[in-house]
Design a protein around this ligand. Structure first.
Ligand code: GCU
Length: 664
């Protein structure tokens, strides 16, 4: 029985005895000749993994003493690796894990375990891997009261009321899971930050977490409330150019480093969705970021300043806001600042074009922000495997330095030689026993980490690896589940936001509300986004409309600016299209939308059938959990379909196309 707690670090006994024997030949000892806590972790993780997979206790020894057939952990400062990369090799049944640093050894240990877990041959093992991005982070939107903004898997993992005295063993398991996929940083609190996190009371608690994460190579960061000098410092202003404010932050940062000597730095949401920021004092984002950067620099801390900004303006196009505010500041940020940009210009929609900022700020390191938690993807009920969403953005070509200037090359620094690089995922973890609510949503946490390490991996390879490590190594079932994961996102898009629709909901972000136009802000209504009227639907972003397209390079504009050739997934992102317009599929827009809504909802039935077919190979509790959620998803997909179709019919005044009409 497995209730999902062990994630992809399940380490069940490998069934095939021949395989076990083959692995056993090279795993007779673990040679650890170092006092580094991180290398010690690596050795212990190997021991734990091998205990489960091979059913034997492998001793950890300081020296091989002439014996072959073991695993040796070693660092080599001269190895041709980057600081966290690793090398695995097997010569005459002796495996060596080499890192340039201790962290490299730890990542190598998990990579070796992955070889066993996915049943790879290891006789001629020879593998080198380097992370492409330096800061690979989770962002937790967790609050002091234990709630999680946009969290759907229970309460926060951090039990603030017990910390710092009691250390929940789960903190260590969290660190293990992250280290196993190469995540090396975690922002433990919500971007809508409480200044309490900067008080000594909370710094002690955060320090206690950092003490657990440290030996897994994970640094802790905090989201900060920009006016904290006022709210907890008693100052009259939080103006970033005020000397007293500067001093307050410098002192605060010094205090933080007393608690947490290897503290990572700050994440900041400022002048965004009502949060205060430097603009309140007539300053700009660079003024705000640089002030914090100056305080952190002596400690080698960094500032991650978010670019998620837009104004409460019903006439403006929100799509353009971040570019307009940030692009003019290129080159003005301090050296230890990264600007963190959401993958798309709006907000983690089921499908968005890549944010037009990527590539246009060569002098400012731009980090990627993905959302792992399924805010707009059906929470923990709907199955959506997200690697294809991440890949779609990373692989998109910005054309900023000619063909092949992908978003990934911007973010990994190779295009503009950024000195700092970062990628973040808004976490989907919570206190649910299985961490993510939906058992298959664990794959999204996993996929984020694997892509943060190496964005060239394919969605399929990552899915298959995760399935084998987590659910089953039976080939045909593993293939079926991989296939179902890979198709899940497109199915969701079809019944939820097909052809480039966006935000058919307001506040809660779960139920269909394309009609909901009562709101505190003119840009928070549904019609602001979908623009349905008696003629057609879609947001005109060509020169005929907001001209947001002009923020992209001409080659990109060319792909999207003609409604006749714009790929259908992006059509309504850029064009207001007539209901009666014939599309490349041969159907009118109305018929095509209906086709997507109906086939999307029907496809959930296909997901259910596929899942039913793997029953014999998946642990029964996980099987039932997923089956139950799929049943709800099926109902809710129909709910989405009917809500959209009935609502849009009011404008389009067209019948439901024949194939989908119910018999009278
Ligand atoms: C979305 C989300 C908010 C979040 C915000 C952000 O708007 O709904 O809950 O605070 O993004 O990323 O800052």
């Amino acid at each position: 029985r497995d209730d999902g707690y062990r994630l992809w670090l399940k380490y069940d006994l490998i069934k095939d005895a021949t395989k076990r024997a083959a692995y056993a030949r090279s795993t007779q000892l673990i040679v650890l000749n170092s006092t580094s806590p991180i290398q010690k972790t690596a050795a212990e993780e190997l021991q734990t993994g091998l205990q489960g997979l091979l059913g034997k206790t492998v001793p950890i020894v300081a020296s091989a003493g002439g014996k072959t057939g073991g695993i040796t952990l070693t660092t080599n400062a001269a190895a041709s690796l980057n600081s966290e990369g690793y090398q695995l090799s097997n010569q005459q049944n002796t495996i060596t894990i080499t890192g340039k640093t201790d962290a490299g050894v730890l990542y190598g240990a998990f990579a070796l375990l992955r070889q066993f877990q996915t049943l790879q041959p290891i006789d001629r093992l020879s593998l080198t891997s380097n992370p492409k991005i330096q800061h690979r982070m989770l962002n937790h939107w967790d609050n002091t009261d234990g709630s999680i903004e946009r969290g759907y898997a229970g309460q926060s993992l951090w039990k603030w009321y017990e910390l710092p005295e009691r250390i929940d063993p789960r903190y260590r398991d969290y660190a293990r899971a992250n280290a196993s996929i190469g995540i090396n940083g975690t922002v433990v609190n919500n971007v809508n930050a409480s200044s309490r996190f900067l008080t000594a009371e909370y710094l002690q608690k955060v320090a206690a977490l950092a003490n657990v994460f440290r030996s897994y190579g994970i640094k802790v960061y905090l989201s900060v409330y920009f006016p904290a000098p006022k709210t907890i410092g008693g100052l009259k202003t939080a103006d970033p150019l005020d000397p007293e404010v500067n001093k307050w932050w410098a002192d605060k940062v010094n205090e933080i480093y007393k608690f947490i000597p290897d503290f990572g730095g700050f994440l900041v949401k400022a002048n965004s969705e009502g949060q205060p920021g430097p603009q309140d004092y007539g300053r700009n984002h660079a003024d705000g970021a640089n002030m914090l950067a100056k305080a952190l620099a002596p400690h080698k801390g960094i500032v991650i300043w978010r670019a998620f900004v837009y104004k409460a303006d019903g006439k403006a196009d929100r799509f353009k806001a971040a570019y307009d505010e940030f692009n003019p500041l290129d080159g003005q940020f301090a050296k230890n600042v990264i600007v963190q940009v959401k993958n798309g210009p709006i907000d983690f929609q089921p499908r968005e074009p890549f944010s037009p900022i990527f590539g246009t700020m060569p002098k400012t390191p731009l980090g990627m922000e993905f959302q792992i938690t399924q805010e707009y993807l059906g929470f923990a009920t709907h199955l959506v495997y997200e690697a294809p969403i991440f890949k779609e953005c990373l692989d998109a070509d910005t054309y900023v330095s000619g063909k092949g200037s992908t978003v990934a090359k911007v973010v990994d620094g190779s295009l503009h030689q950024y000195p700092l690089t970062a990628i973040a995922g808004v976490a989907n973890t919570g206190s649910d026993r299985n961490w993510t609510g939906h058992p298959l949503a664990q794959a999204n946490w996993y996929a984020f980490g694997r892509l943060a390490w190496d964005h060239t991996l394919s969605s399929e390879a990552i899915a298959n690896e995760w399935v084998k490590m987590t659910l089953t190594t039976e080939l045909s079932s593993a293939k079926t589940i991989t296939d179902l994961l890979l198709k899940s996102r497109e199915i969701y898009v079809n019944y939820n936001t097909p052809l480039g629709l966006s935000r058919p909901w307001t506040g809660v972000h779960f139920a269909p509300e394309p009609w909901q136009n009562r709101s505190s802000r003119p840009d928070w209504t549904a019609v602001y986004y979908h623009r349905a009227d008696s003629l057609g639907i879609g947001f005109e972003r060509t020169a005929k409309g907001s001209n947001a397209l002009a923020q992209y390079r001409p080659e990109v504009q060319q792909q999207w600016n003609n409604p006749a050739t714009c790929p259908l997934p992006y059509l309504l992102w850029f064009h207001h299209v007539l209901w009666t317009q014939k599309l490349s599929t041969g159907r009118t827009l109305w018929d095509e939308l209906c086709t997507r809504f109906y086939t999307g909802a029907d496809s959930v039935g296909w997901l259910q059938k596929q899942w039913a077919s793997v029953r014999k190979d998946v642990d029964s509790e996980t099987f039932a959990n997923v089956a139950g959620r799929l049943e709800t998803q099926q109902k809710e997909a129909i709910w989405w379909r009917d809500a959209w179709v009935l609502y849009l019919q009011e404008f389009a005044r067209q019948p439901i196309p024949a194939p989908f009409k119910k018999p009278e």
